[in-house]
Design a protein around this ligand. Structure first.
Ligand SMILES: C[S@@+](CC[C@H](N)C(=O)[O-])C[C@H]1O[C@@H](n2cnc3c(N)ncnc32)[C@H](O)[C@@H]1O
Length: 422
C-alpha cells in the first residue's frame, strides 16, 4: 500500500511540506515518503526509532568497515565463549543427542535454559541447573554486558548466537557517530530476527518443544537446531551491506521515540501532513518485539510474571515488565486514544491520512475482533475534521483516486485510508 499512502499524502498536501509519520514501526512508510518530502518518524518504542533512523539516514559503511566491526565483535564473543565452555558444550551435546534420537536435553534447554530465570529461582529441576549456575557466575566476572545471553540464550537463541548478539551490541554502542550507531544497532536487530527460534519468528512466544502429551516434537527441534547454527555475526555483516546499498532519504529524515500525544502537544513547527497507522488489534506490538526493545535500549529489564492457580512464575515469553501497553489495543480506551490523535492533529491545523485495517483474522482460540468499525472511526474523525473520505487502500493504488468513494462498511480484509481535511 505504499503507493496508495504516498498518493493520499500528496493529494492533501500537494505542496509537499514536511510529513510526520506518528506510528512509524518498521520505518518503511517513513522511508518511502522521505523520497519526496521531509519526514519525522515517531514511535513509542526505541527499536522502532532505531529502525527508522537506519532507513532514513543509513550509515554507508564500506564492506571493509562493516567486516572490521563484525570481526571485532567475533573476537569479543570468542573471549566470552571461553568463560562458559561447559554451557556451550552442553548445547552442542544436546543437538548431537537429538540426532541420535534423544530429544530431552534440547527440550530442557528451550524450556528452562534462561540463565536469568535460573538466577531468579526458576531454573530446571536437574543437573542442568548446575551448568546454568556456573555459567552465570562466570559471566558475572566478565566486565561486559551479557544481557541477551543471560535473559534469552537457550530460549530464543542458541547460546553462541546470544553471545554474538551481545558482542555485536557492545561494539555497536562504542560508535560515537549517531548514524553509525543506529545503523549498526539496526543491523544487530535484523540479525536477531534472522536467528530467533520462536513461534512465528518474532518474540511473542518461544517454541513449545513438546506436544500436549509431553512427547518432544522432534521435527520442530531438528529445525531449531539447524537454525541455531546461523552465525549472528554473519547475519549482521549482511545487514550492514544492505543498509550501505540503500538510497536513503532524498530529504531530511528524523526519527524520534515519543508517545504520539506528547509529540502532538509539543509540536509547533511547520507540518504539511500527518500520516498515522496506529495499532488496530488487541495484541500489543511490545509483546512481539520485546527482545528487540531490550537490545535497542541496552537495559536489564525486570521480567513480568503470571499467576496461575495461586502460583506465580515468570511469563513464558520472558516479557519486560514495563512493556508498552498501547491504548489503541485496549478496547475501553480506543475511542479516547483516537480522539487524542484526531484533536491533536486538528490543533496543528494539518490534514491527516489515517490507515486502519478492519482486519478480522486471528484463530478460533484467539480471535482478532476489530477494535473499531470503519463507520465508528469515520464518525469520530468527523468530530474533529470538516471532511473525511474513506478509501480502500488497495483500490486506491490501482485507480489513483478515480475509484468510487467507499463510505460505510467495506471489504472486511482491506486496509483502509481515512483522508481527513481540516
Ligand atoms: C500498525 S504499527 C505501524 C506500522 C508502520 N506503519 C510500518 O510500516 O511498519 C503501530 C505502531 O504504533 C506504535 N505505537 C503504539 N502506541 C503508540 C503510542 N502511544 N505512541 C506512539 N507510537 C505508538 C507501535 O510501537 C507500532 O510500531
Amino acid at each position: 500500500v505504499l503507493d496508495a499512502i504516498g498518493d493520499a499524502v500528496d493529494l492533501v498536501d500537494p505542496a509537499r511540506g514536511p510529513v510526520v509519520d506518528l506510528f512509524s514501526g518498521s520505518g518503511v512508510v517513513a522511508a518511502a515518503l522521505a523520497r519526496t518530502r521531509d519526514v519525522v518518524a515517531v514511535d513509542v518504542q526505541e527499536y522502532a526509532r532505531v529502525l527508522a533512523s537506519a532507513l532514513l539516514a543509513p550509515a554507508r559503511l564500506t564492506y571493509a568497515e562493516g567486516d572490521a566491526l563484525a570481526a571485532r565483535a567475533k573476537a569479543l564473543a570468542d573471549e566470552r565463549t571461553d568463560a562458559i565452555q561447559a554451557l556451550i558444550r552442553h548445547e552442542r551435546l544436546a543437538a548431537a543427542a537429538l540426532v541420535d534420537g534423544d530429544a530431552e536435553p534440547l527440550c530442557e534447554i528451550v524450556e528452562h535454559g534462561s540463565l536469568r530465570a535460573c538466577e531468579l529461582g526458576q531454573g530446571p529441576d536437574s543437573a542442568f541447573a548446575e551448568v546454568l549456575e556456573e555459567a552465570s557466575e562466570a559471566l558475572a566476572c566478565l566486565p561486559v554486558d551479557s544481557t541477551i545471553m543471560e535473559y534469552y540464550g537457550g530460549v530464543y537463541f542458541g547460546y553462541e548466537q546470544a553471545l554474538e548478539l551481545d558482542a555485536l551490541l557492545t561494539v555497536a554502542r562504542t560508535l560515537n557517530d549517531r548514524e553509525w550507531r543506529d545503523t549498526a544497532i539496526a543491523a544487530v536487530l535484523g540479525a536477531a530476527s534472522e536467528c530467533v527460534t520462536s513461534v512465528g519468528s518474532h518474540f511473542a512466544q518461544p517454541i513449545r518443544p513438546r506436544a500436549k502429551d509431553g512427547q518432544p516434537k522432534v521435527r520442530a527441534l531438528l529445525t531449531l537446531a539447524r537454525r541455531r547454527k546461523r552465525s549472528a555475526t554473519e547475519a549482521f555483516a549482511d545487514r550492514l551491506r544492505s543498509y550501505a546499498r540503500l538510497s536513503g532519504a532524498a530529504s531530511v529524515g528524523t526519527a524520534v521515540r515519543q508517545d504520539y500525544r506528547d509529540f502532538l502537544e509539543a509540536c509547533d513547527g511547520d507540518v504539511g501532513v500527518v500520516y498515522a497507522d496506529p495499532p488496530y488489534t488487541r495484541d500489543h506490538y511490545s509483546r512481539f518485539y520485546h527482545v528487540l526493545e531490550t537490545m535497542a535500549r541496552g537495559d536489564r529489564p525486570e521480567l513480568s510474571t503470571v499467576t496461575v492457580a495461586g502460583r506465580t512464575s515468570l511469563s513464558r515469553g520472558l516479557y519486560r515488565q514495563d512493556r508498552h501497553q498501547s491504548s489503541f489495543s485496549i478496547r475501553s480506551q480506543v475511542p479516547e486514544a483516537f480522539r487524542a490523535l484526531l484533536d491533536g492533529v486538528r490543533r496543528i491545523a494539518a490534514p491527516l491520512v489515517l490507515s486502519y485495517s478492519p482486519c478480522v483474522g486471528g484463530t478460533v482460540a484467539r480471535p482478532q475482533p476489530r477494535m473499531l468499525t470503519i463507520p465508528e472511526l469515520s464518525e469520530l474523525a468527523l468530530e474533529a475534521f470538516d471532511s473525511v473520505d474513506v478509501v480502500s487502500a488497495g483500490r486506491l493504488s490501482h485507480s489513483r483516486f478515480n475509484a468510487e468513494r467507499v463510505n460505510g462498511e467495506i471489504d472486511q480484509e482491506a486496509e483502509v485510508l481515512l483522508i481527513c481535511r481540516p
